[in-house]
Design a protein around this ligand. Structure first.
Ligand SMILES: Nc1ncnc2c1ncn2[C@@H]1O[C@H](COP(=O)(O)OP(=O)(O)O)[C@@H](O)[C@H]1O
Ligand SMILES: O=P(O)(O)OC[C@H](O)CO
Length: 499
């Protein structure tokens, strides 16, 4: 191993595309980032311009590689991590998308999902895929594109179209249209992949009427995904890992032992518990997913997915204009010694785990004449803690053991007030690592593993360093009152219909 070698991690997220160059010790050399526009064509619909996902990825990747080179490093390997479930369909011949990327937050297929539920399909889908019937996952969105874009169904049948989650789309463009592949963690979010047999499921393809010719080859998370075309980085580079962002964070947080839990706070929040080689079925409406797949061997996880975490702070900033920068939410929340009964249920795009109600919409409770910006900021941050409490309670019940500590990361955890209220509400120590870019570093670790920079997954454990541990400090009676207010508010939204 040459100490001047470096790895490029591409982290294509919901709000921005990032590219980070890491050295062979796992240190950050440079970060390049571009935000892009969210597209909201109708109530409950969320789209991205797939071309923009590619152009921002290409620009940030090149910027990071050029900067690393100027500092004397030699890029040797590329890893990709990405927002999951988001659905892209393109023409194999032209490489052009036939529709915008339909984002994981999109709820356009909610009615169809509830019809499929009523027709009794949910149990079989859960048994094969580990997922619950919800528009969150790709299958119904992919079927929507085939049904609603003119000529798409005919072209799909003729083998002229390709489908991919964002990893696959970026790989297609990076390799000049030569490689159509994904990894098992991304595949398992489509609702078309059998997590026990590790293959596309024929019965599910038939149920959703998806021709198999659309689908990418499924590989390990650390694998040979082909080489980039020379124009992108000035020389071809091997792409040696692909992994969904929440799975990458498990690797970046080195949660390799069964029972370890990480939670990532970006646009949404996703808590995953490593369950080793057992695909644990949840009795509490969590989903069963892959943590990662290496050397053909799947490691499983239980996942709780919350659709709105940092997005609630974006709403304070962009929707209400209460703050100019996300960081101001901390100072506002600190001004109050309690929430004074004000709760925000941020069900802007429905509620995820453990409620799974795509039709629920957000609400504020407990407003009085005294309610001010501080209450709203506090309620938005607290909502993240209550939602995590719902997930951790479900996870402990499924695992039959309490969660001993929670490792956190993502853009929100820079907020000390949030992390403390989180520890208080879940009554569990919360650990913040020195590097909170865990998603990107997870992808870099796997690329480095495939490239031979690190000898094994286990050897990465010593890379993880604690920056700060937040101990629960809230008196129990206060905690119970706070949680009771949340529990009282949430059921008032469930089952309401917004279509
Ligand atoms: N200091 C802060 N306090 C609270 N939320 C924050 C803070 N800084 C950033 N955020 C939120 O974190 C999110 C960005 O995190 P990031 O991990 O980059 O998201 P993603 O990967 O989903 O694009 C935004 O939704 C933003 O509102
Ligand atoms: O882009 P993020 O970090 O909000 O992650 C999105 C998730 O992968 C959606 O499942």
């Amino acid at each position: 191993m040459n100490t001047r070698d470096c790895i490029l991690a591409i982290d294509q997220g919901t709000t921005s595309s990032r590219a980070i160059a890491f050295d062979t010790q796992g240190g950050v050399i440079t970060v390049a980032q571009r935000e892009f526009n969210q597209i909201y064509p109708h109530n409950g619909w969320v789209e991205h311009d797939a071309e923009t996902l590619w152009t921002t990825t290409r620009a940030t990747s090149r910027e990071a590689v050029d900067c690393a080179r100027r500092r004397g490093y030699r890029p040797v390997s590329v890893g990709i991590t990405n927002q999951r479930e988001t659905t892209v369909v393109w023409d194999r011949r032209t490489g052009e998308p036939i529709y915008n990327a339909i984002v994981w937050q999109d709820r356009r297929t909610a009615r169809w999902c509830s019809e499929l539920k009523q027709a009794g399909h949910e149990a079989a889908i859960a048994a094969r895929t580990g997922l619950l019937l919800d528009p969150y996952f790709s299958a119904t969105e992919l079927a929507w594109v085939l049904e609603n874009v003119s000529g798409a169904r005919r072209k799909a049948r003729a083998g002229e179209l390709a489908f991919g989650t964002v990893d696959t789309w970026l790989l297609w463009r990076l390799t000049g249209g030569r490689v159509h592949a994904t990894d098992a963690t991304n595949a398992c979010r489509t609702m078309l992949f059998n997590i026990h047999d590790q293959c596309w499921d024929d019965d599910l393809l038939a149920l959703f009427d998806i021709p198999e010719s659309l689908l990418p080859h499924v590989r390990d998370s650390a694998d040979d995904f082909g080489w980039s075309t020379p124009d992108i980085f000035g020389e071809p580079l091997p792409i040696e890992s692909m992994i969904g962002d929440q799975h990458a964070a498990i690797v970046g947080q080195t949660c390799f032992a069964p029972g370890m839990v990480k939670s990532t706070y970006g646009t949404g929040c996703f808590a995953l518990m490593n369950t080793g080689d057992t695909a644990v079925r949840s009795d509490n409406r969590l989903i069963t997913t892959l943590a990662y797949r290496i050397d053909g061997k799947p490691t499983y996880a239980l996942e709780g997915s919350i659709f709105v975490a940092g997005a609630a702070i974006q709403w304070l900033r962009d929707g209400l204009g209460l703050i100019e920068h996300a960081a101001e939410s901390e100072g506002l929340a600190r001004k109050l010694s309690s929430n004074e009964g004000v709760y925000l249920i941020p069900a802007f795009t429905g509620l995820g785990a453990p409620y799974w109600d795509p039709n629920a919409r957000g609400a504020l409770f407990g407003l009085t004449r005294d309610t001010n910006a501080g209450h709203l900021a506090r309620a938005a941050l607290e909502s993240v803690a209550y939602q995590t409490h719902d997930l951790i309670s479900a996870m402990s019940a499924d695992a039959g053991q309490p969660v001993e500590s929670l490792r956190v990361d993502g853009g929100m955890v820079i907020n000390d007030w949030l992390v403390q209220i989180l520890a208080d509400i879940i009554s569990t120590p919360v650990e913040r690592p020195a590097i909170t870019e865990t998603t990107a570093i997870g992808a870099a670790y796997l690329a480095g593993l495939q490239h031979g920079i690190w000898p094994s997954l286990e050897s990465l454990t010593e890379q993880w360093q604690l920056e700060r541990r937040f101990e629960p400090a809230m008196p129990e009676a206060q905690r119970e009152t706070a949680i009771a207010g949340w529990r009282d508010a949430v059921p008032r939204l469930l089952g309401s219909h917004c279509e």
